[in-house]
Design a protein around this ligand. Structure first.
Ligand code: FAD
Length: 486
């Protein structure tokens, strides 16, 4: 009887414990992917993620085909589809790697119990995290809400027997069924945009799939990681790894990244002699772990503030301002550059995510959930845990969050992290002719400077949608109201 390997957010052959288990079982292997928008609702993949998913499945399908074992694509409620396929094939076993979204956990636990009751062997594995969320506990046995002690505990666990260990190699051969089951053709799923085709910037920026992920990691460790500690905050520079969409789709595992980075860094994490860049990079992987840990322990994270005080926060709903933010037309160049980079490439630099996020929730007083929803649809790395974690952090209502009263000044942020203006000039080309001195605040430029740069404010580029000082005060007053309520 065959074994079904149910691929989900682990679209790779190497370091894939469920696949390795299937190979080891000696049974014929049936690799399966199920598109289940209904079951994932309200967090079915957004448009940019679907673009990525198409290419990632295409790459995984080709790799499996190369091993003589075609990937079966089916669509529908995943629990129903999986049970049907088990019956259709008389499968004796199912294996998968764990997902951590609340709906996925509920679905998988029920499925596991049900299949086991029917005499089918079910095995699940950790392929996505350095440490399972339930294994990282405070001294008192609770879950961490502060990053630094959480990360310390994870690292202590790693050097203490819980070491993520050597990544598993890719299988070199798979035994397929003589007649593999039918499935959909990938093109039928219409994951790619048609009219308009907005994906040209995505195609130029990314190579989805396991090969693309491995090359990205190797390139980063070879040429950028040395600059990471100082350089990771500068959005014009290529000094972060851009592994996030590959990680989200599981084209590469944190264990593979860890092993490669440690080989490069030659030492204990963040210990004496550890390369600063490598340590800083691994620490960011730690934030990914932390967000997954939070989502596991606080499954309402994408919907409700972790800090309940914020339930009473008086957000403004303003469709026009939301649209100005989404389209990169707020009149603040660094904010607009970020939003346009996101729209064009499906990705935004972390420093700029913080700036645009802060602008949305503090300057515009729009709810963080509106920003989260836009990111969900437009990011190729949209990830329930990291997105909710990032937004709650920036809104000041999350775990170990930026305090609400710390309001980023978008002009100073631009001047500090894009001093030479390369980032703004790239993404807001209508301002490219302005001198650095006014690039981040074009409304302060005199008429002659504007004319010389060919900029007509209010025509080519908007006036600021809000005044920084006024908006800042309004944010602080609104915050004070919920603070005093309690
Ligand atoms: P690197 O700096 O090279 O970091 C390596 C890896 O560590 C990343 O690929 C990512 O997996 C992880 N990582 C880095 N920073 C963070 C962080 N702050 N939180 C969690 N994980 C991190 N990241 C997502 O993957 N998906 C999201 O949907 C997402 N939404 C965000 C929303 C907001 C408002 C903010 C402020 C941040 C969000 N992030 C999200 C985190 C972070 O911005 C991205 O992970 C990072 O910019 C990806 O670029 P990189 O791969 O070059 O990162």
């Amino acid at each position: 009887a065959p074994i079904i390997v149910w691929f989900r957010q682990d679209l790779r052959l190497a370091d894939n414990p469920a696949l390795a288990h299937a190979v080891g079982s000696g049974r014929p292997v049936v690799p399966l992917y199920i598109l289940d928008d209904q079951g994932a609702a309200p967090w079915a993949p957004g448009a940019a993620s679907r673009w990525w998913l198409h290419h990632s499945l295409s790459s995984l399908g080709a790799a499996l085909e190369g091993l003589g074992c075609p990937l079966v694509l089916r669509r529908g409620r995943s629990d129903v589809v999986l049970r049907d396929l088990v019956r259709e094939l008389g499968a004796g076993a199912v294996a998968w790697n764990r997902c951590y979204e609340p709906q996925a956990i509920a679905r998988d636990s029920a499925l596991k119990a049900d299949l086991k009751a029917g005499g089918v062997a079910v095995d699940s594995f950790n392929a996505a995290l350095l440490a399972e969320p339930w294994t990282v506990k405070t001294g008192g046995g609770g879950s961490y809400k502060v990053f630094t002690p959480f990360w310390r505990a994870v690292k202590e666990g790693l050097t203490d027997g819980l070491n993520p260990g050597e990544p598993l190699p890719s299988p070199t051969a798979l035994t397929a069924l003589p007649t593999p089951p039918d499935g959909d053709r990938l093109a039928e799923w219409a994951l790619l945009p048609t009219k308009p085709d907005w994906a040209s910037g995505l195609r130029a920026a990314w190579t989805p799939g396991e090969g693309g992920a491995a090359r990205r990691l190797a390139g980063f460790l070879d040429s950028a990681v040395g600059q990471y500690a100082e350089g990771r905050d500068y959005p014009a520079q290529p000094w972060t790894s851009r592994l996030s969409p590959h990680l989200h789709h599981g084209e590469i595992s944190p264990r593979q990244i860890w092993a490669a980075a440690m080989a490069k860094g030659d030492g204990a994490p963040e210990g004496e002699g550890m390369d600063k860049g490598v340590a800083g990079f691994l620490r960011e992987l730690g934030w990914r772990e932390f967000c997954h840990h939070l989502l596991y322990h606080f499954p309402f994270l994408p919907e409700r503030p972790l800090n309940p005080k914020f339930e009473a926060f008086a957000w403004h709903e303003d469709a026009k301002r939301l649209e100005a933010w989404q389209r990169g037309r707020t009149g603040y160049p660094i904010v607009d550059a970020g939003m346009r980079e996101l729209w064009a490439t499906g990705w935004m630099h972390n420093r700029v995510r913080m700036i645009v996020g802060s602008f949305l929730v503090k300057h515009l007083l729009l709810p963080w959930t509106a920003g989260q929803a836009w990111f969900w649809d437009t990011l190729v790395d949209a990830d329930l845990a990291n997105n909710a974690g990032g937004w709650q952090w920036i809104a000041g209502c999350g775990a170990d969050a930026a305090p609400y009263f710390r309001v980023f000044n978008p002009v100073l942020q631009g001047e500090k992290f894009d001093a030479a203006g390369a980032y703004v000039r790239r993404w807001v080309p209508e301002l490219a002719g302005l001198p650095d001195s006014v690039l981040h605040q074009p409304w302060t430029a005199d008429a002659m400077t504007l004319r010389a740069a060919g900029v007509r404010l209010g025509h080519d580029y908007p006036h600021p949608v809000v005044d920084h000082k006024t908006a800042r005060q309004r944010a602080l007053d609104t915050f004070a109201a919920i603070k005093d309520d309690n």
